[in-house]
Design a protein around this ligand. Structure first.
Ligand SMILES: [Zn+2]
Length: 518
């Protein structure tokens, strides 16, 4: 048993009753309805995927297959500023269009956050909901590139307050892309003060992860400093060739803030490749006025000339300079599904056009709904961040399944592999960190960052979220070419005392709960 605190493994029997861990003892003499022989395996707290977008797929895949099979028992959703609620009257189509590149198969309807919480489906995993700042801004100032008015800010504060009262854990922001990128620090601080009044948290996809990543991380830290609210910096990375090798310096900056006593945490996924809507690689002004304006703009030769120049000088928005368009490949393209897996180098060659024009044409043909993978990080930085014991683990990905509606395209393998890759190959083969340290990152450290007091550590009285796996076998199988493959090595997963993965099969049980702040 490895308890999630970072302490070494010890031999123990774990007894569970009524959804809780009731005893941990060297030898249990309790009579039990069922015994699971886990000799030779690791019994750990269920993993907490602290940064995900499974709100886009759990209604379609409530069994949370790709996550639960890795041992994930809790997912934090509503990240990067994106949430599917609240949706004000008359705004469902706008939100659908805005989120289609992330949630192509989801149905959008008008809803308050309260109704959204009430109607959230039963799922295999526990779920922590957040409300997205980009969604709040879309509901008030739409896609306009300007500061919000006092009245609009008041509306956003009211919507945030309603969401928090209805059960949202906190607010996420996505300052790297429109319309979140149109917000200044004062707007974020005003909303963070609302979070502070509710004891809620702030998670940020910071304003830039490439050439201005240090300034962007400082902007996030300043929210904790100014408002006292807990800040979670999402999927920490250094994107773009000009920034490779900077992980130690960036980690030192966050560590220094933590040592000053600021409530700052961060998370990361163990891959050198990111995933995003294709249109987000363009400078932010391209989306001014919304998707329709963007599509119209991209047809104009003079706009393409300006764009080509800006990208040549400054690199891609949020991702910086990449070696070539071969580093960008299509993940999911609703209108061009046969292109999934192809790079823009390939596509341009086949179409006999310049790669940059192939990208612009593709955005137009797929109406801005294409999702891509971009290989923009260095292994050295990914390893340094993954090896850091206080950096928690967030896949940044949806719960998918190898069959059904979510099995389409060539999505990022992190949906299937994040936790298994860290606990298997990163511990066993790369020896970046010890197994108890890796487990702590994805359990106890995550629970502490979330202020979750009764999960993330195996101890008497805690909720019985448990993952049992073979430390010699646990591994990711999903690859960029063949992403729809479940991780291996996890034999049993228990959520709130109910067995969901039993001998590597899904029992169909949906014992997850929507977790609310105490
Ligand atoms: Zn993000």
């Amino acid at each position: 048993m490895i308890d999630g605190t970072g302490a070494p493994a010890r031999e123990a029997d774990v007894s569970v009753s009524d959804g809780r861990v009731v005893a941990i003892a060297a030898r249990s003499a309790r009579p039990a309805r069922r015994e699971i022989d886990a000799r030779g395996q690791v019994v750990a707290p269920g993993f907490i995927d602290i940064h995900t977008h499974s709100d886009f797929t759990l209604p379609l895949n409530p069994r949370a297959e790709s996550k639960i099979r890795q041992g994930v028992t809790t997912e934090v959703v509503g990240n990067c500023g994106f949430s599917v609620a609240p949706t004000l009257p008359g705004r469902a189509a706008t939100l659908r269009e805005y989120l289609a590149s992330s949630a192509p198969w989801l149905t959008f309807r008008e809803t308050t956050f309260g109704d959204y919480v009430e109607n959230f489906p039963a799922t295999a995993v526990n779920v922590i909901l957040q409300v997205g700042h980009n969604t709040l801004r879309l509901m008030t100032a739409e896609m306009e590139n300007r500061p919000v008015t006092a009245a609009e800010l008041a509306t956003m504060e009211r919507l945030l307050q309603e969401a928090l009262a209805a059960g949202a854990w906190g607010m996420s922001s996505g300052l790297f892309t429109a319309p979140g990128s149109y917000a200044d620090a004062a707007e974020i601080h005003a909303l963070a003060r609302v979070l502070g009044r509710h004891g809620a948290t702030y998670a940020s996809h910071v304003r830039d992860e490439a050439n201005s990543v240090h300034e962007a991380v400082r902007e996030a830290i300043a929210v904790a400093e100014t408002t006292g609210v807990h800040v979670q910096i999402a999927h920490l990375k250094l994107s773009g060739m000009d920034n490779w090798g900077g992980a130690e310096r960036l980690l030192a900056e966050i560590d220094a803030a933590r040592r000053r006593g600021l409530a700052v945490d961060c998370d990361a996924y163990p891959y050198d490749t990111a995933s995003n809507p294709l249109r987000n690689l363009f400078p932010r002004w391209v989306m001014d006025g919304g998707i329709g304006s963007m599509l119209e703009r991209l047809r104009r030769p003079e706009v393409r000339t300006r764009l080509r120049g800006e990208i040549a000088r400054e690199g891609l928005n949020n991702f910086g300079r990449i070696p070539s368009w071969d580093a960008v490949r299509v993940a999911v393209a609703p209108r061009l599904p046969e292109e999934a897996g192809h790079t823009f180098g390939d596509i341009a060659h086949r179409r006999r056009v310049e790669p940059f024009d192939a990208v612009c044409d593709f955005v137009i043909e797929d109406r801005g709904e294409t999702r891509i993978l971009v290989t923009s990080m260095s292994d050295k930085d990914v390893h340094a961040i993954s090896a850091t014991p206080w950096v928690t683990v967030g896949s940044d990905a949806n719960a998918l399944a190898t069959s059904g509606i979510t099995s389409q395209g060539k999505p990022h393998p992190r949906s299937y592999g994040t936790h298994a890759r860290l606990l298997g190959p990163f511990v066993r083969d790369l020896r970046l960190l010890t197994l108890p340290a890796a487990i702590h990152k994805t359990t106890g450290a995550a629970a502490r960052a979330l202020r979750l007091t009764d999960r993330g550590v195996l101890r008497e009285g805690a909720w019985a979220d448990i993952a049992i796996f073979d430390a010699e076998r646990i591994a990711d199988r999903a690859t960029y070419d063949s992403p729809h493959q479940y991780a291996v090595g996890v034999s049993t997963v228990i959520v709130n005392g109910d067995v969901v993965i039993d001998g590597a099969d899904h029992t169909g049980a949906l014992p997850g709960r929507l977790l609310r702040r105490a």
